[in-house]
Design a protein around this ligand. Structure first.
Ligand SMILES: Nc1nc2c(c(=O)[nH]1)N=C([C@H](O)[C@H](O)COP(=O)(O)OP(=O)(O)OP(=O)(O)O)CN2
Ligand SMILES: [Zn+2]
Length: 124
């Protein structure tokens, strides 16, 4: 098995709901996103999946969040747009787009600062 990762980012505004403190107020982050997939086999070029495909699929998805107010978007209606919930949303959407007989999205990590991140993965 092979494990591949890409990093990318998006910028957006949010506020935490059902939260008491600074973060209940509107504010923004430059979120860094790490996507990890596994590949069972390599193609003739020695690739599990081309990083270009991982980056373009992820960036296409992130464009729907970029420079938006996350609380107003459908995935986060009734759901606080925390780093945990963002990572779970991205994991689900990327799994739909990327999973195949060979490729499986296994973890998505969302960094809201240099020192704080949340990851979503599923036990198997
Ligand atoms: N488990 C989580 N905790 C927090 C999240 C989160 O998504 N998951 N989010 C926030 C807020 O988004 C907030 O913007 C971040 O706050 P904080 O880490 O406190 O960032 P600061 O820059 O204010 O850092 P300080 O060290 O507190 O100055 C909060 N928690
Ligand atoms: Zn925040």
């Amino acid at each position: 098995m092979y494990k591949l990762k890409i990093h990318t980012s998006f910028a957006a505004a949010h506020n935490l709901v059902h939260y008491q403190g600074d973060c209940e107020n509107l504010h923004g982050h430059n979120w860094k996103v790490e996507v990890t997939v596994t590949a069972r086999e390599l193609d003739k070029s020695g690739l599990g999946i081309d990083f270009k495909i991982l980056k373009s699929e992820t960036n296409t998805l992130l464009k729907t969040l970029d420079h938006k107010y996350l609380n107003e978007l459908a995935p986060f209606t009734g759901l606080s747009p925390s780093s945990e919930n963002i990572s779970r949303y991205l994991y689900g959407e990327l799994s739909k787009r990327l999973n195949s007989d060979n490729i499986e999205v296994v973890e998505v990590t969302v960094w809201e600062s240099d020192v704080a991140c949340a990851s979503y993965y599923e036990e198997r």
